[in-house]
Each structure stands twice: as C-alpha cells, then as structure tokens.
Design a protein around this ligand. Structure first.
Ligand code: EPS
Length: 335
C-alpha cells in the first residue's frame, strides 16, 4: 500500500483527526476545495438537527508548507461544534456527575455487536465512534487527494435520486429512508490495479472502500447484478480499432484493471437505523423488551453518502496511481 490514512475522533468529542501518509511532495493544496466538499457532505434533503449545529471546515496541521505538500505526513482536523454541549458526557477525564448509560440497543446499528465485542455496558461507547460523523474526515481526506488526481486530469462526481415527498412522508411517520447513489471517475489511465493477484484487483479495492461507508449494503461496478441475467453478447463492450468502446457495461474495469473508460460504481444505502418511532429491541441492563434508543437523527443521508463515495473512490485511485507512477514528488509522477 502506497497511501494510507487513519481517522480518530468521536461524534460528540472535541474533533475528528486524520493522519495521511504517502502524500508526494510538490502538490498545491487549495483548502477552499476541501471545505467545499465538506459543505456538500453536510447538505442534502433529509438531514437532521446536527447539521444545523456543525459548520465543517478543515484545519491542516502538518505536511503542507506555503500551500504545497512536502512529502511529510499530513494531519487534518475538523472540530465538532457540538462538543460544547457534550463536554461532560464526553469528558476524557473522570467526572463527578452520574452519567446515564444507554442500554436500549438500536436494530441495524453497531450498538449490540459493539458492546458484546468490546465488553462494554454503555452503548454510548460504541455509537460515538460508529456514527457516520466520522465520514466528514473521509471526505476531507478524499478532497485532499483530489487536489493531486486533478493535476492528472482525473475527475470524480456522483449522483443520486432524491424523492423529497417520500422523505417528508418518512419524517412525518418517524421513519427513515436509504437509496442508491452512483460515483463516476473519468480520465483514469489504463492499467491501475492488476489481474495478477486477488488483492491487487482494482474492483475488489473499490468494493471494499465503498462498502466501508456506514449503511452501505451493496456495491456494484458497471452493469452490476444485471450481468447475471444477460448473455455475453449483451454484456461485454466491443473494442474499436483505437481501443475505445461504444458501451461501458464493464464500468471501466476489466481483469481487475482500469481500461480507460469511466469507472462507474453504484451503491445501495440502507435507511438510517435511528428511528424517531423506534423498533422493538432489548434493554441490555434489565434483559427486558424495550424500544430502541433515540436522540435525534437524519431522515435520509443519501446525498451525504454519495459525497463520501466520491472520497472513497478518490482514496482507492490515489493509492493505485502512486503504485503505478511512483510517489515521492509531483515531478517524478508527471514524468
Ligand atoms: C452525522 C452526525 C450525527 C448523525 C449522523 C451523521 O450527529 P448526531 O448523532 O449528533 O445527531 O446526524 O449519524 C448517523 C446517521 C448515525 O447513524 O450515527 C454526520 O456528521 O454525518
């Protein structure tokens, strides 16, 4: 792996942090572009109260000097404005007050498996990290690497269909909605990824990265599951003498490698599990039936998820790009 990053931070903690390693030197970073991506992630029809509190902006604390990357690890920070309201609940130091534990686990969330796995008795210790708040930092990392990919003509965009009437109806009924989004990368050079080993296949890496976005239950490339229902003559993209294609059913990937056509990824997002009208569940403290926990939530975060999808695709592509073209400096890569 040429490029890697870690994120840290809780949903209502002080901030989110990322350390990115493997950023080549000499690339101009426009912080404004990263902030625009963060704003896009916060928007979208169906978002809840938290997005009215937050105003996500990135702080770059290392690895960039006078606007240019130096090759050193990059540190990114996004402050949680809501921290002001959670200082006691989320205090790192022990507190004198008795904090009420959350014990009524939400179906569909990380709550139950998380407390069992880590031997915890307060769901807050799971939900703070499993919250999709963490995806704000992934968007910052993705937008950061887009500053590099753009230098090579690569663009990434996404789309999704939002049914605003259905979202309004779900909100009235205390329910939530998911949906489908599509991410498209254009101008990707031929030969990213490889056919020679299972873990070097670009489609496999993309599937893992997109599936890692909270609430994603299915990922497909090109025609996706339709390939199962069509004959080969209707699936494979005929090759012109200049190597172009009239169709792109393969979604830009053949044999685990980019083939020069746009990379087209689709994902299905499940409805957010925090329901205003909660489902039946169990209270892990009493062992008795209890409705699931509710504080507040989005009704639909599909548009946000599609922005996160752009970021995750950018992250996979920069890694594959650095593997193929070398990764110490812009000059080396351009050569
Ligand atoms: C999110 C912040 C969270 C949720 C949402 C995503 O804020 P809070 O928990 O304070 O309302 O709005 O998280 C979830 C969907 C989830 O299931 O945890 C964000 O910044 O995107």
């Amino acid at each position: 792996m040429q490029f890697r990053f870690l994120t840290a931070g809780e949903s209502h903690g002080k901030c989110l942090t990322a350390i990115i390693e493997g950023v080549p030197a000499g690339f101009n970073i426009d912080v404004g572009n990263i902030n625009k991506a963060l704003v896009r992630r916060q928007e979208g029809y169906g978002r809840g109260g938290r997005m009215k509190i937050e105003k996500d902006r990135v702080i770059i604390n290392s690895g960039v000097r006078h606007g240019y990357t130096t090759g050193a690890p990059v540190t990114l920070v996004i402050e949680n404005k809501d921290w002001e309201n959670w200082k006691t609940t989320m205090s790192v130091e022990p507190v004198d007050t008795e904090e009420k534990k959350i014990t009524n686990v939400r179906p569909g969330h990380a709550d139950l498996a998380g407390i069992i796995k880590y031997g915890l008795d307060d769901v807050r210790d799971v939900l703070e990290r499993s919250s999709a708040r963490e995806t704000a930092m992934r968007v910052a990392v993705g937008a950061f690497v887009m500053e590099i990919l753009r230098e090579f003509g690569i663009s990434i965009e996404s789309k999704c269909e939002i049914d605003t009437t259905a979202i309004d109806k779900a909100r009235e009924e205390g329910d939530t909605l998911g949906g489908m989004f599509e991410v498209i990368a254009k101008n990707v050079p031929v030969g990213l990824g490889s056919h020679v080993h299972w873990d070097r296949r670009l489609d496999g890496k993309i599937a893992q990265a997109i599936m890692s976005i909270p609430a994603i239950k299915s990922v497909s490339i090109g025609l996706g599951e339709d390939v199962a229902r069509l004959p080969g003559s209707k699936v494979h993209d005929e090759i012109n003498i200049d190597y172009t294609r009239k169709t792109n059913n393969a979604g830009g990937i053949e044999g685990g490698m980019s083939n020069g056509m746009p990379i087209v990824v689709k994902a299905a997002m499940k409805p957010i599990p925090t329901l205003k009208k909660p489902l039946k569940s169990v209270d892990i403290a009493t062992g008795k039936e209890h409705i699931a926990h509710y504080e507040r939530s989005d009704v639909c975060a599909l548009e946000a998820a599609s922005v996160v999808g752009e970021a995750m695709l950018a992250i996979v592509l920069i890694d594959a790009f650095l593997e193929k073209f070398g990764g110490d400096s812009k000059r080396e890569m351009k050569k």
